[in-house]
Design a protein. Structure first.
Length: 133
């Protein structure tokens, strides 16, 4: 098995459709999990990400309190949305897994190991800076 996982296994596109569907969906699930983690860290560290930075024109003390509540509510709503998205992706991933296992038989588990390794490396590379902050 090569360093980047699937590179050592060659398939023609029509053969590998379910494999690539599985790999792409698994990548989306992992990215969704990373986004959930990021948003939870923002809440715990009281950091406001750009997407949640809502500006109010009023600068009164009451407006500042409202603005903080809006930021927190926006982040919490994003986390809820991400959990729903993750659930849908996991359901789809499960269906693809069953289909691929049926198509590939015992070979599927070797392919699956390669897919898991390559997607984990890809996500780890992309989320390391996020986690270290």
């Amino acid at each position: 098995m090569s360093h980047n996982g699937m590179a050592s296994i060659k398939f023609i596109a029509s053969e590998a459709r379910t494999i690539f569907q599985y790999k792409n969906t698994r990548t989306k699930v992992l990215k969704c999990c990373a986004n959930i983690y990021f948003n939870k860290q923002c809440l715990s560290k009281k950091f406001i990400p750009n997407y949640a930075n809502v500006k109010l024109l009023n600068t009164s003390p009451a407006a500042h309190i409202t603005q903080k509540k809006v930021h927190i509510m926006r982040i919490k709503d994003e986390i809820k949305f991400l959990y729903k998205k993750k659930q849908k992706l996991n359901n789809y991933l499960y269906k693809i897994h069953l289909k691929a296992a049926q198509e590939w038989g015992n070979s599927w588990y070797t392919i699956l190991d390669s897919v898991i390794e390559s997607t984990n490396l890809e996500i780890e590379k992309n989320t390391k800076p996020l986690i270290q902050n």
